[in-house]
Design a binder for this molecule. Sequence first.
Ligand code: HEC
Length: 475
Amino acid sequence: MCRSRTKTFSCHVSSSEGGNLFKLVLGAIIFCSFSSCNSDANNSAQATKNNNPTFVDIAPIIFENCTPCHRKGQSGPIEFMTYEDIFKNKNKIKFVTQTKYMPPWPADADYTHFVGERALTKEEIELIKLWVENGAPKGDESKIPAAPEFYAGSSFRKPDTVIKFKVPVPIKGNGTDHFYIVKLPIELDKDTFVRYFEFVPNHRQLAHHINGHLINYEKSKKKDVQSGLSYALDEFRDYKDLYSQMNILNDDGTFPVLTPNTVYYLPGYTPPVYPSGIGGYQLNKTSSILLKNIHYGPSNKDVLDSSYINVFYGQKPKRPIYETQMGTFGISKIEPELILLPNKIQAFHTQAKINNDISLLSVNPHMHLLGKSFWAFAIQPNGDTVPLIRIKKWDFKWQYYYLYEHPVILKAGSTIYAYGTFDNTDKNPFNPNHPPKIVTQGEGVKSMQTTEEMFQFIFSYLPYQVGDEKLDMSK
Ligand code: HEC
């Protein structure tokens, strides 16, 4: 399978079967999972230069690394806007930074770097500790930087347009997963280009996975995008009937042009923002977003969902981005088959060969609650190893689309390897089954249930062009 973000559909990547390397690397990953590969784990930081830190020194660290999430409307449960907010929570802050629980950044920053990396340096962690242990003094008030300013409804800035659910969707608190579909019609004065969409769930703790497509209607083919059902709950399975009830099809009954995977969400996710002109979408005057797979995890309380999509305009896309997934539902087989036996820690791998030179832009490892560690790298045809991403401690809550600082160039003939370990023992605090039971990928849409497993490595890329290695992805 090779998903493209545009209509041009071409595969630059194919699967390939395992070789001897498998055993070698498997040995390495098991070693890494059981003993500590973290050479700096016990290195207490060297004496920090500043022995009497005050809030003047601490505020910039918190404002930059914590406040973007710890503010109104974002995922962090407490706010860190003022000295008082931060003072009140100082012991917690010391604890979560010492344990590296916060800021959440599962990728190993000693292995590969990404845009927007959220990791404190050893010196910053020690400075926070010292400050808290000294009673968290305020210091010279005139030197304390102002709290950063944010736009409340977005992780970015004020969006150019917001697309809202026409009616809130009722979700039953019956303790099961829910899958539903929502149509969001868009009517604009003129055709527009979009740089990225940001899905903002209004029940972050339930939103498990959202995947939406963009439908651009040709002028003559659709009179009215508004009418029809605006959402459909789990029970619906006859898509043809459903699409006509939702008034998705063209007026003559044919299927409209659809750009898959334009809107996306996973726990902890913010959309990757590619350099202007790379990727992006056209919006016709009459368009619709079809959120085809909204997956909410189980809840015990009835809720109304009125999530929304922020739209950020951009320039005309010059280079389309391609996306491929390995593993579950992907182009490459998982070896051995993903069957997680109770009370076992097991390792799996998948690999795919690159057929053309590509510029790798971003990666997204995906597993569910039994995930323990994840590792991906590539081997170039000349034998060089290219590190891609390593997650020593998988965290279901934080599944980013990691954007490389510069595209990673993989030559035709390279192979990408992904390794995952899964912990199906009682010691895994996220194991939904006590006692543990056998867990598999399940069938079709069901394999997306939180309690079933997936092992996926998703990556986005451009066909290589000279100079791509120098592209600054943070711009
Ligand atoms: C990407 C968003 C994000 C960033 C960045 C972030 N946090 Fe958090 N934080 C959260 C979320 C979400 C939770 C609640 C879920 C959890 O505990 O995992 C949380 C929980 C916490 C808690 C526990 C709160 C409680 O009372 O249970 C503390 C303390 C905390 N964060 C401190 C920090 C500090 C300090 C930083 C910066 C060094 C930071 N966070 C950066 C999102 C974030």
